[in-house]
Ligand binder design. Sequence first.
Ligand SMILES: Cc1cc2nc3c(=O)[nH]c(=O)nc-3n(C[C@H](O)[C@H](O)[C@H](O)COP(=O)(O)OP(=O)(O)OC[C@H]3O[C@@H](n4cnc5c(N)ncnc54)[C@H](O)[C@@H]3O)c2cc1C
Length: 388
Amino acid sequence: MADKSFLDWPFLEPAHRELAASLDAWAADNLGGIDEADVDAACRELVRRLAAESWLDHCVPAAYGGASEKLDVRALCLIRETLACHSGLADFAFAMQGLGSGAISLYGSDDIRSAYLPAVRTGQKIAAFALSEPEAGSDVAALATTAVRDGNGWRIDGEKTWISNGGIADYYTVFARTGEAPGARGLSAFVVDADTPGLEIAERIEVIAPHPLARLTFDNCQVSADRLLGAPGEGFKVAMATLDIFRSTVGAAALGFARHALDLALDRAATRELFGGPLADLQMIQAKLADMALAVDASALLVYRAAWTKDVKADRVTREASMAKLHATESAQTVIDEAVQIFGGQGVVSGAAVEKLYREIRALRIYEGASEVQKVVISKAALAARES
Ligand SMILES: Cc1cc2nc3c(=O)[nH]c(=O)nc-3n(C[C@H](O)[C@H](O)[C@H](O)COP(=O)(O)OP(=O)(O)OC[C@H]3O[C@@H](n4cnc5c(N)ncnc54)[C@H](O)[C@@H]3O)c2cc1C
């Protein structure tokens, strides 16, 4: 029986505990029978199932059919942790509906919110978040895609890459340079429908844990003025405010992967017989299991601290979210690696549960800010606190 004691921590409210328990039960019965070899079809099907059971209600505010007045980060984290424990692709499908619509929830006009958020919630529209470019990943200020005023609207030209849901999304939240000021202060955010002339899927990208991913090109792509999110020049703020919510949830997904790996390792250590007794009788294995359990609890504390802080105490939680993402993703990689070790040869067989986790965790240390970027954020916050 997996350890659920974290659900009693004071960061969470009774409704969160009920949410985690009911999702866990639902996921155990409803995420099977999907052929993940066709990731596009699998993701569409997962979005459909998540919407049908109202789990996507947590991705949008209540005014547009959502579950709570504003996005409840603790609920988002619990959902991602729980889904990740059951299925990495289900977590991905859920996360992208939230990340791809977050900027609309935070900065969209009422018309844009009404046009997109209810459809994201019901799964009628699949969402995507298009920030990264070939020459601008960690260095967002180097973004080169441009949006130029053209008549009543804007003309977008450039390229985006590593875009999750690229190829299956119905719309993209696109960040482009509008030039109000140099660097990060000259960016703006737009909602661009996938069928807008000039927007093409230039390349599908295959990664070690497959999910829909693409490089997009924008060539004389015209969008109307009402597609702007926030004011011109506010794009960086829009992106960072969105990541302020979703970075903690990446930590939560990593936590779900790590918790699953720990559970698998505990079962294996308790049941695998060697040297005349269970593997778990060996002290070096006990030390591994202790380190793994400690890493999981430490990550959970940081993830739910960040989520609680965002929900209850503060508007921006950049430092807490960075700590949560950094620790949870890095330590999940170690926990999963140790689980593979405990499984021995069985751990590296293609399709084995721990082998899948080993591939699934890797990208989380890179996207939504690589671990080194999180360290820059955390050290800046520590130095600023010293001066204040
Ligand atoms: C599976 C996957 C899904 C993704 N989905 C999306 C998406 O949906 N939307 C989107 O916009 N982007 C997405 N990305 C892109 C992702 O956010 C970028 O890959 C990430 O920001 C890193 O950018 P880069 O790949 O260009 O690496 P680079 O910016 O070239 O960085 C390479 C490495 O340099 C190191 N580094 C970076 N900055 C520093 C620093 N300040 N100090 C020291 N070392 C540093 C890090 O180790 C980093 O991994 C996705 C990426 C992956 C792998």
